[in-house]
Design a protein. Structure first.
Length: 287
């Protein structure tokens, strides 16, 4: 029987949704309009025997909607480091556990900034003993250069915090104006219900202005990047210039019948590709 999704919560610790109990731990960071429990059917079909999937929330989103924050790049990566330390304390992560960071859209920026801080020793003394990342996976991920969108688009995106209809329009555009209006409405209402407008605004300013590609340098770990051919912003060409230049062992896969939400538009294919890649690259810990 499939393991039920559970929200793990301890006093003064971060809540997260956990799927599975396998020997490889994947910490999955949501996109701009998502939250930890909002990855769709994809969460239901993940391999729970070989992987433990951890879905946290950002401040101002999901189970942490009432947690205040400044919504900055440093804050998100520091929170992610704190979550990794928490997983160690809870026994979910050990020294031998392969750790994977996965990010959807803006989560791609945050997973890479977390990776950068881990490579620099965690930034804080209490994080110095954290495990290094064994692999990364990006789903339509924004790169470490943020975005150079035109001024008119920037102005429109900047209204998303106040206007849920803007979020719907962006989701429609980035999936090629080809998906069900019912799905778009559901995504819009879920985003509005599970996020604070100020957080949506703050995270936009954070990821769109990110610029640490040179600081990140070359990272010798396996990377898988999946993009949808109908995504008008995150293209195979765009990720090849960022992820392809950072990770020598980078596989870029473009799905012909998907857009900006590959895990929702093609959940079975994306689950299979991610799991196949990680099983090939990461041996299960022994002992």
């Amino acid at each position: 029987m499939a393991q039920q999704h559970n929200i793990a919560q301890a006093e003064a610790q971060q809540p997260y949704l956990r799927v599975g109990s396998g020997p490889r731990v994947v910490v999955a960071l949501s996109g701009w309009f998502g939250h930890g429990a909002d990855w769709g059917f994809w969460q239901e079909v993940l391999d729970q025997e070989n992987f433990t999937w951890i879905f946290p929330d950002y401040r101002g989103y999901g189970a942490r909607i009432d947690v205040p924050g400044n919504y900055s790049l440093d804050e998100v990566s520091d929170d992610t480091l704190a979550l990794i330390a928490q997983l160690q304390t809870e026994g979910v992560l050990t020294e031998a556990t392969p750790l994977v960071l996965l990010g959807h859209t803006m989560g791609g920026v945050y997973m890479q900034h977390t990776l950068l801080k881990l490579r620099q020793g965690g930034g804080e003394e209490e994080h110095a003993s954290l495990p290094q990342v064994a692999a990364i996976v990006g789903l339509n991920p924004v790169g470490a250069l943020g975005s150079t969108m035109p001024e008119q688009a920037f102005a429109f995106y900047s209204t998303a915090g106040e206007q849920p209809q803007t979020r719907r329009a962006i989701m429609d555009m980035l999936t090629g104006n080809r998906l069900s209006g019912t799905w778009l409405d559901q995504m819009m209402h879920s985003s509005a219900e599970h996020s604070r407008g100020e957080a949506v605004d703050g995270y936009f300013q954070s990821w769109v202005r990110a610029n640490f590609l040179e600081e990140l340098g070359t990272v010798d770990i396996p990377a898988l990047v999946i993009v949808g051919a109908h995504d008008r912003a995150i293209t195979a060409e765009a990720v090849s210039k960022t992820y392809g230049s950072t990770y020598p062992d980078c596989t870029i896969l473009e799905l012909p019948d998907a857009g900006h939400y590959v895990m929702q538009e093609a959940p079975l294919r994306v689950a299979a590709e991610v799991e196949r890649f990680l099983l090939e690259k990461l041996a299960a810990p022994t002992g």
